[in-house]
Design a protein around this ligand. Sequence first.
Ligand SMILES: [Ca+2]
Ligand SMILES: [Ca+2]
Length: 395
Amino acid sequence: MGFPIKPGFPINKGFAIKPGFAVNKGFAVDPAAALKTSLLAQALAVVQQKQGSLWVPSPQYNFVESNGTGASAADTPLGFATDLNGLRPMTQATSANKAMLRRVPLRLGPELVTNGDFSAGSAGWALQSGFSVGVGVLSIANPASGNYANQTVGIVNSKHYLVTYEIKNYVSGIVRVNLGRMGATVGASRTATGVYSEVLVAAGTFQEIVVQANAASTVADVDGISVREVLEWTWAWDFDGANDSIATATLPAVAAESMIVAKDFDKQAVSGHIMSKGVGSNGMTVYTDPTAFCGVATGTGAGQVYGGGMLRNSILSAVAATGLRKVRENGATIRNASDVYSSLIRPLSIGANNSGLSPAKGLVFGAAYFPAALTDAECLIIERYLASLTPGVTL
Ligand SMILES: [Ca+2]
Ligand SMILES: [Ca+2]
């Protein structure tokens, strides 16, 4: 009341911005990075308001030793994960039980290989002796060791590329892909049918993708060859499916709980507990299965609830309270049941159930826990942030 503004007074009269003036001319902002920062700020607001916890894999917040020391780096073991809300750090003291911190491609450039599926015969490919194109595949039949099929692609030396391909009808020998030729980066040797992905740094005199037989006895087909530049990276915890986990100190039983986790469980061989405050089938657990379902189990074994299909990369949310057991997958409710719910006095663990039952095998890109039932809108804020860290998920 002490500062009445005169009606019509032009407040910023003295600070007119000249039309056309480019304010950030010298400071280009990366839109993807700016969006991620904004989503994190929104997520942290929910986390702090609901007294929750948020853990993300990154060298910034993760450490090698269980006491939070020892700088973490790509492909190092994970002993300590900081809770971004400061309340519930996760630790792992046992060396054999540590997940690995991985750097994972998040965003890729366009496909650089022409006719990588061989649907156009041998178009685009040069074939040495022992290589031919069959019905939609590259066939390798007892070439001289080192012979190859190659194609010039638009790679730039020293840049990172995600190379994927499938080996079909493997009989014998060694297949590998090289990125570049003469001084190339050599991919891993493969000796079985399967789909393979690896990140290779382009190198060598010739900018080519090379499919090579590294043994004279090689007999196999190759298909689905893809080379795409890695434009942006993310971080993941890589759980081995045997005994890897990280866990908080023991947490109290509460009236309601929510768990949200971002994962890639392509490597899941059997059903596994991704996130758990339970023992066996008691308490609350988020878990996934390769073929049947993903979902959340709460309460006693007889009252388990499952829901949804199995997506390889997804953000799973579970909310439990008296009369409520809800599962969300990639932002949509896939199960909303009214069931008995009982919380346990247990640590919150990622990667395994507290009793060691069915540990998870795969990648986790981030996770959150709340001693409260989040609304759908609150879940979505957390889910959107975690999606920004997860390959192949857009929310
Ligand atoms: Ca292990
Ligand atoms: Ca094909």
